[in-house]
Design a protein around this ligand. Structure first.
Ligand code: PEP
Ligand code: MG
Length: 830
């Protein structure tokens, strides 16, 4: 018997039987048999019923391949009829017997005869004398007497369950949970352990761990005179299992049964190699194990359970690593909306940065900072964010934007900061000037109203639902250390600031794969100096203005190097278009004119002159490095001086310098010449030697195609898959959110290519770039530093084409480490 032919439940019950647990007689029907039943085939009932005693009551439960795909509800007490009522009244009492019959009539008429459940509305099912009324109600509605023959009842139940599974609604529901269209259903027929009657009879469930934390704790409930999962219904008056100050317990009431049940649960854990929940029944004090199901668990509990199974040597460490879905780690790394909490969803968008946070709505970065200064949590709501909003994002608890996609500004910064973020929330209306947002259902939310951004699901919720805290506990650390033992591709972090670097280190990134230096320039003091650089009329003036920036950059690099110790740090030279540093509104222009002591008209003209039709394809990256080289000279000097300052008397460490937006070999030659000159100057001034590694960001299609030329001057390439995706598709990364959902829904793109690497198109360029680059430089270090570096599917591709490492936002480092380890383990097992 296998889950693929009879379903998971049937397989599990077979294993429990082999463990000699007290299981009622059980017969399993295969997917084929059930499919035949749905199509009207007549089963051989004599054979099906042969293992059961005459008159024995039965139950039928579904057994799908994966329990999460669901299935029709179990039907209990099949075989109840007038004769059984009489004989059971003798053995278990009239009241208990009538209760079973009434329950069965009701479920049979609803699920098998498909009668309206209302027909019993006026009848009292707690009245044992009601049986005749129930039978009459059935007969009136069905126009035939209630079937008395067990075999006929059973066929009816089996066929109705088989047909329910094949109905369209059920199919769509399970497909939504990942089941294939042709998923089969098995059915398990089991002798009933009654749970009602004389002596201590009842039912319950028991598990050995807490489902939220995964820590050892005997949990579950038991209820006398009950069947199935009645004990779990709230307010049912069920008993605790273990002694409990809150009320009576099974341990006190039937200590032997309690001891035996915990022993069985332990045996199941050890032999089924999984934390199981037991469904059990006591019949006159005697235990029957009806079923075992995998304990439901939060992501946090899943990690602890896997680690403790491996620590108890029940599974291997590698198996523990394989059991955790990498993305589920997000649940541990960030605060989340509690799974039990009520969610008042007011809109949705792209889940751009996981975690959830609540706060008052603010519409500007300045208001966000003011809120933070008052110690109030706020959600920054913008049409889209730009570099000027960074400080506002630092101050906010979450960000929500109308526009944007997975790699737009808010998304990238949000992930970098670990700030929950939803972008492209086009289902809501944003009236930023009126300071309000309008929910999908028309409700209006104004500045100061409290909302919650759930960046894990992409939902926006009204108010403040209950939250679950992040849990970086010892089990998480242990699992990650085991993952690293198997991993064979490096994982670095994209980190721009000392705070990011500290987070990266906490998550054990092997280095920094991308430091976007421009983010430093948005710090207040650097921004003023940067604006002076932009407004300088001549190269000499610019050099003077840059002198003010040099020490600030150097100090920042020293800090980064000190935090990262001996780990490599890859610093990308200035990338964005200059106008991003200039104000956009009149008040900002006036302030700027004042601080530069220039007429407002001059400043306005200059700002306008810097405007570009298409800034992302304009004067940015290496193009700026060639046309305004003083900025790169300053940055190279800051990096080299910081290298010497940070190493003290020790051997200097080797910084990595990366050139953005390269498309031609000559660009690299020109930049390399300037950097070499700065390096030579610093060596002479400091009378110390040091080395550096030069690399190129391969983020234009041409750079990938001409990789063989370009690699001649490089030690490394890092694929900037954000820009490379943008340019390969001709798809703006900031505007894609507007039509990404319909595109994905209609199957134009299988996934958002800014989220999951497009292996066929962009991937082809990566493959070509890697091959051609290594043809020129066999020991060229290759990596990805676009957002794809943190996506498990994309990591598989990077590993397959032989990249040395991936680099992603610090908070995605654990996900990447785990995903990479699983790929290596999978390869080993094949
Ligand atoms: C990229 O383009 O992939 C990249 C990492 O750089 P940025 O996102 O800063 O453009
Ligand atoms: Mg880029």
């Amino acid at each position: 018997m296998a889950p693929a032919t009879h379903g998971g439940r049937a397989k599990c019950l077979q294993r429990l039987a082999r463990l000699d647990l007290p299981l009622p007689t059980t017969v399993a029907l295969s997917f084929d048999a059930v499919h035949g039943l749905a199509a009207g085939e007549q089963p051989d009932m004599a054979q099906v019923l042969a293992p059961f005693e005459d008159g024995q009551l039965l139950c039928v439960r579904p057994s799908s391949e994966d329990p999460d795909w669901g299935g029709p509800g179990a039907i209990l007490n099949i075989g109840m009829n007038d004769e059984q009522l009489a004989s059971l009244s003798e053995t278990i009492g009239a009241e208990a017997a009538a209760k079973l019959y009434l329950k069965f009539i009701q479920s049979y008429s609803t699920h098998v005869a498909r009668l309206d459940p209302d027909i019993f509305d006026d009848l009292d099912n707690s009245d044992p004398d009601a049986v005749a009324d129930f039978l009459e109600a059935y007969e009136d509605e069905a126009e035939e007497p209630f079937p008395q023959d067990r075999s006929a009842q059973l066929i009816g139940v089996l066929r109705s369950m088989a047909r329910a599974w094949e109905g369209t609604t059920a199919r769509l529901l399970r497909q939504a949970k990942g089941a294939p269209a042709d998923a089969g259903l098995g059915l398990v027929i089991q002798a009933m352990a009654l749970g009602v009657g004389h002596g201590e009879s009842g039912s319950g469930v028991l598990q050995l761990v807490n489902s939220d934390t995964g820590l050892p704790q005997i949990t579950g409930r038991y209820m006398s005179q009950s069947q199935g999962r009645d004990a779990m219904k709230s307010g049912a008056g069920a008993l605790f299992l273990q002694k409990d100050a809150r009320g009576a317990s099974l341990e006190e009431k039937v200590p032997d049964a309690f001891a035996l049940l915990t022993e069985y649960a332990g045996l199941m854990r050890a032999r089924l190699r999984e934390e199981m929940q037991i469904e059990f029944t006591l019949e006159n004090g005697e235990i029957h194990i009806l079923d075992g199901v995998r304990v439901q668990r939060s992501a946090r509990a899943a990690v602890r359970i896997a680690v403790s199974l491996a620590e108890d040597k029940i599974i291997t460490r590698e198996e523990a690593v394989m059991r955790i879905e990498p993305r589920a780690l997000n649940e541990l790394l960030h605060r989340q909306v509690d799974s039990e909490a009520e969610r008042d969803v007011i809109g949705s968008g792209i889940a751009a940065s996981p975690g959830a946070a609540t706060g008052r709505i603010v519409f500007t970065a300045a208001e966000a900072q003011a809120c933070a200064a008052r110690g109030e949590a706020c959600v920054l709501v913008r049409r889209e964010t730009n570099p000027e909003d960074i400080r506002g994002m630092h101050a906010a608890s979450a960000a929500l934007t109308e526009r944007g996609g997975m790699t737009s500004h808010a998304a990238v910064i949000g992930r970098g900061l670990g700030l929950p973020c939803v972008v492209g929330a086009t289902s809501m209306r944003f009236q930023i000037r009126k300071k309000r947002i309008i929910a999908t259902d028309g409700r209006v939310f104004r500045e100061g109203d409290v909302i919650t951004v759930d960046g894990t699901t992409g939902n926006i919720l009204a108010g403040e639902p209950k939250m679950m805290e992040a849990a970086l506990d010892d089990a998480f650390q242990t699992l990650m250390s085991w993952a690293d033992l198997s991993r064979d591709i490096g994982v670095r972090a994209n980190a721009d600031t000392p705070a990011d670097a500290t987070t990266a280190l906490m998550f054990e990134a092997e280095g920094i794969g991308l430091c976007r230096t421009e983010h430093m320039f948005f710090e207040a003091d650097q921004l003023i100096a940067m604006r002076e650089v932009i407004f300088a009329n001549a190269s000499a003036d610019r050099a003077v203005a840059l002198q003010a920036l040099l020490p600030m950059q150097r100090e920042m690099f020293v800090e980064l190097f000190n935090i990262m110790g001996k780990r490599p740090v890859c610093i990308r030279l200035f990338d964005p278009p200059l106008h991003e540093f200039l104000p956009t509104d009149r008040a900002g222009l006036r302030d700027l004119a004042e601080s530069l002591n220039l007429p407002l008209s001059d400043v306005t003209r200059r700002v306008e002159a810097l405007g570009e039709y298409n800034p992302m394809l304009g004067m940015r990256g290496v193009r700026l490095g060639i046309t305004v080289p003083e900025i790169l000279d300053m940055q190279a000097r800051a990096i080299f001086e910081a290298t010497l300052d940070a190493c003290g008397d020790n051997e200097p460490f080797v910084p990595e310098i990366m050139i953005p937006l390269v498309s031609a070999k000559r660009e690299v030659e020109l930049v390399k010449t300037r950097i070499d000159a700065v390096a030579a100057a610093v060596r002479t001034e400091r009378a110390r030697d040091f080395d550096y590694r030069l690399g190129v960001m391969v983020e234009t299609p041409r750079a990938a195609l001409r990789a063989e030329d370009i690699a001649q001057h490089c030690n490394f390439f890092s694929f900037g898959t954000n820009d490379l995706t943008q340019m390969t598709y001709g798809l703006s990364r900031d505007d894609a959110g507007r039509f990404m959902s319909p595109y994905v829904q209609q199957g134009v793109f299988p996934e958002d290519p800014f989220h999951t690497l497009d292996q066929e198109g962009v991937g082809e360029l990566l493959r070509l770039g890697a091959e051609r680059g290594r043809r020129a430089q066999p020991d060229l270090t290759l990596s990805v530093c676009g957002e794809h570096g943190g996506s498990p599917e994309s990591i598989a591709f990077c590993r397959q084409i032989g990249l040395d490492y991936v680099s992603c936002s610090p908070f995605r480092v654990p996900v990447a480490r785990l995903a990479a380890a699983q790929l290596a383990i999978k390869d080993k097992l094949q």
